[in-house]
Design a protein around this ligand. Sequence first.
Ligand code: ATP
Ligand code: MG
Length: 478
Amino acid sequence: MDDSMLSCLTHPVYAITGEVASQMGIRAFAVGGVIRDVFLHRTSKDIDIVVLGSGIEVAEAVAKSISDKIEVHCYKNFGTAQFMYHDAKIEFVGARKESYRPHSRKPVVENGTMVEDLKRRDFTINAFAVALNGNEKGMLIDLFNGLQDLHDKIIRTPLDPDFTFSDDPLRMMRAVRFASQLGFRIYDKTFKAIRRNAERLEIVSMERVMDEFNKILLSPKPSIGIRLLEESGLLRYFLPQLLDLKGVEYIEGKGHKDNFLHTLEVVDKVALASRDLWLLWAALLHDIAKSRTKKYDPEHGWTFHGHEILGSKMAFSIFRKLHLPANEKLKHVQKLIALHLRPIALVEDTITDSAVRRLLFEAGDDIDDLMLLCEADITSKNPEKVRRFLDNFAKVREKLKEIEEKDRLRNWQPPVDGELIMHTFQILPSQPVGIIKTTIREAILDGLIPNEKDAAVKLMIEEGEKLGLTVVNPPYGI
Ligand code: ATP
Ligand code: MG
């Protein structure tokens, strides 16, 4: 009996499953990504177990033998069951032969053998199994030379790629995702098949496509995946706006940046510094409106006026089409896009306190992400220019820190609110309340008064009197 692989599968559920399934006379196997991750020295949080029998019955028996308290979730339609144990999600399924009808997303599931089960997996590196009991206990089953492909860093389908991809077109996204995550190459025949079948991505739900795309964005160098999506033709089916940024136009011998390549560079730079998915989305979309705002002006050359505002609006429709969250995540992305030129504009002028205060006021808690995005946005072939920008940028950062400490403008709350104004002058909600509030805010942002209550109250009274109001209830302390 060969126990070699079992010593690598350290989670306690493997041994327990082996025993319980043996008592039931059922063979059980650990399969898929979890075995791949052993070889890649990665820990996986999801454990998949395939049994030659009922996945639901084995899951229930295994859970019961561990403790009565484990809650097993059964999905009868899919013949799967899962539960949480020792920080991992353990999923059980009976070996199956699954096929997707050509124009439908609903799989037809039939009982099958282990070989059938492994054949319907996406890639050779995901098609391993390790027997948890029986004569082959501990043995690695590698029907499609997955070990060799892992070693050669190749993504390849176990069967004819046209068959694998038409069975479930999401696998094309997964191929790119693994290439980007692991830095692997997609096997030539596999890649050609993705090109041929790209259009079939349209039958896949947007949620599944986005799950994979978000993993591409979160990979160490997202441009690897995004380029592959572009070259394979997949990108066109969910984010065609990005393709509009490709290429350089020349007029009178003057060209502009290739905004697609620039975007990739910015996304890669952000990825080096952050694992925040929404910041990565902001980087991906920061120049998305450049193709629509592009103009050539004989005096100023190429301009993209207002691309940050239009881009922020486009983010809204793109998120909706891609079924991405429509909540504060979207707002965060929109805000970063809308403000992405501001820090660099500060650098170009002399850096005044009031401009820095305004930026802090508008960006609020997003200021750190905005600075990161903006710094990543500095890409140029001219190293001297980049160095000069980065030096100036460091000055903006210093100034931001200094002003933030002094004026505490991040998430600014007005030192005088509408209630106090109405009470002081004994007036109802009305235009003068708004005018006084704006005057106080502007005076603080311009540095005319400090960000403090006493100074703000004094200005409130002066401004109220200018508007013909009388102090009826003098604020406490005045
Ligand atoms: P990760 O968990 O890192 O996202 P994974 O390879 O473990 O990657 P899962 O989605 O957890 O991916 O799937 C587990 C296993 O199930 C895979 O390794 C693969 O064998 C199989 N699998 C998942 N999705 C598909 C699919 N669409 N087509 C074929 N096999 C799949
Ligand atoms: Mg997994």
